[in-house]
Design a protein around this ligand. Sequence first.
Ligand SMILES: Nc1ncnc2c1ncn2[C@@H]1O[C@H](COP(=O)(O)OP(=O)(O)OP(=O)(O)O)[C@@H](O)[C@H]1O
Length: 341
Amino acid sequence: MGRSCEVCQKNRPALRRPKTGQQVCRECFFCAFEDEIHRTIVENRLFKKGDRVAIAASGGKDSTVLAHIMTLLNKRHDYGLDLFLLSIDEGITGYRDDSLETVKRNEVQYGIPLKVVSYKTLYGWTMDDIVREIGRKNNCTFCGVFRRQALDRGGVVMKADKMATGHNADDIAETVLLNILRGDIARLARCTAITTGEDSVLPRCKPFKYTYEKEIVMYAYFKKLDYFSTECIYSPNAYRGFAREFIKDLESIRPRAILDIIKSGEDFRIASTAKMPEQGICKRCGYISSQECCKACVLLEGLNRGLPRLGISRTRASNKEGPKAESNRAKERPRSISLDF
Ligand SMILES: Nc1ncnc2c1ncn2[C@@H]1O[C@H](COP(=O)(O)OP(=O)(O)OP(=O)(O)O)[C@@H](O)[C@H]1O
């Protein structure tokens, strides 16, 4: 470590910024971190004055730092936003119940109201019930699909105009890679967008699109923020884990790798011949879907009929059509694990 901060040239440096390699003091790190997020918000016009904004809050480091920063910037720059915390209780004993306690403390610490929506109320099932029914394999599919819809439903009930999530640059780079590895062109095309669902009931945005996970952790640590840091007890998502490790290895050799992967994802040109799903409305629940029935309704029907694999396993082609037809259909069908944000 050098003798003085590379920004103010006065204080002793407290850390080396993972994103830039600069040796900086605490205060200069806080300023740079907060200003970068402010610039992302302004340059991408993430919010309008008067917007009611749901901060999707899990109690983890990313969304806790998001709640802190949104509250701070809203006051400092007079954004004029009406902020509230929105938490989904998936019903995972020993995990979500503890992290929700953190969010309840955040409600007091940041002085913004909290709304909790549970899977039990919306779907009649907790994740503990689902895992008892289907085992640990594939449970992340249920959880991801239900959470996505639960956040929308909670946001709509609370009359939100926008939702902000804590997805960071590492998450997005990871998703770009996973979508390439899975050949999922439709999701590759939209996973780098900073705002999604602009024509849906509740657009979502990612103020941390360019923020490194390591810096979020450092910020939370130096600011002594109150967050919950245990991994979900049901989530051994091995494939994503490998992508994560791969990106961390790349980052340790070349920190810009994370931003470059995002840039590559943004600059891909999708062939005009690529088949893209058309967004419509689920005929059962009325929420956004590219199929007649949305994935949440299909999964729920499977659970309620005692056929939990209904939305997960792929249906077989009839013998008459042969394996080629099945192979073509498999290419067109959306994948069961959601990589959407
Ligand atoms: N149960 C939940 N309730 C509300 N929002 C959630 C919930 N789970 C995830 N989110 C939102 O989705 C984002 C990404 O969640 P994910 O579990 O992939 O990541 P994470 O990196 O562990 O985030 P965090 O550190 O905020 O928990 C979170 O930052 C948060 O905004």
